[in-house]
Design a protein around this ligand. Sequence first.
Ligand code: IPE
Ligand code: IPE
Ligand code: MG
Length: 243
Amino acid sequence: MNLDLSKIPSHVAIIMDGNGRWAKAQGKNRLFGHKTGVKAVQKIVEESARLGIENLTLYAFSTENWKRPEKEVTILMTLLVSSLKKELKQMTENNILFNTIGDLSKLPGPVQKELKYTIEQTQNNSGMKLTLALNYGGKEELTQAFKEIAHKVKNNIISPENVDETIINKHLYTQNLPDVDLLIRTSGEERISNFLLWKIAYAELYFTEILWPEFNESHLHLAIHDYQKRERRFGKTSEQLNA
Ligand code: IPE
Ligand code: IPE
Ligand code: MG
């Protein structure tokens, strides 16, 4: 399939879903699903950088995922640390700048430490920005933003009349990211699950039945190909766009 390289979405976000169902279908435990899911992450990160996607944001752990069995949460955290350690070299080679969104203060100490280290080590890279959403929730992101703004209003740093989209954006975890162009969710579920509420306001949505551990480069191409066929009108008419 031929992708139009002049129309590569600049911000792609992915809800990586289906690790558990994939493992179950193989007669394996959920850990095996998450481990295989990490391999898919590696492939997709590398291919996204190769395609010239400027921002790739991956949903790795939601504010709601704490409700899972404690053992699974521990496994996910352990897997995160080992993957960060393993992937630093690849990120450096691919000139990838690593970042996170979400409230990291609730994550286990060793996870926070490894994240901090990876962020520091990749900060001068000038290629694709890879953002991992960890203990991230769209509602939590907006809540902490509004709280900060409220404090600033109270202390006369901002006047209520001046609160606008730019100011709200400046208080988000995603402040340095552009709006999402393409949001992909794997595993057949068609919902947002509290991901990036503000930045997906005008995103093109793409749902696929493929379970995350099986999502590969060609599936990513299919999603981008689909995106490239769409007309993004942003409220205007088709005639206006083609004038
Ligand atoms: C996505 O796969 C990984 C995380 C949410 C951490 P799931 O673990 O949600 O897999 P399913 O939805 O149970 O198949
Ligand atoms: C969304 O997947 C969160 C991540 C992919 C990290 P879930 O599997 O947790 O979503 P729901 O609960 O089925 O909506
Ligand atoms: Mg799931």
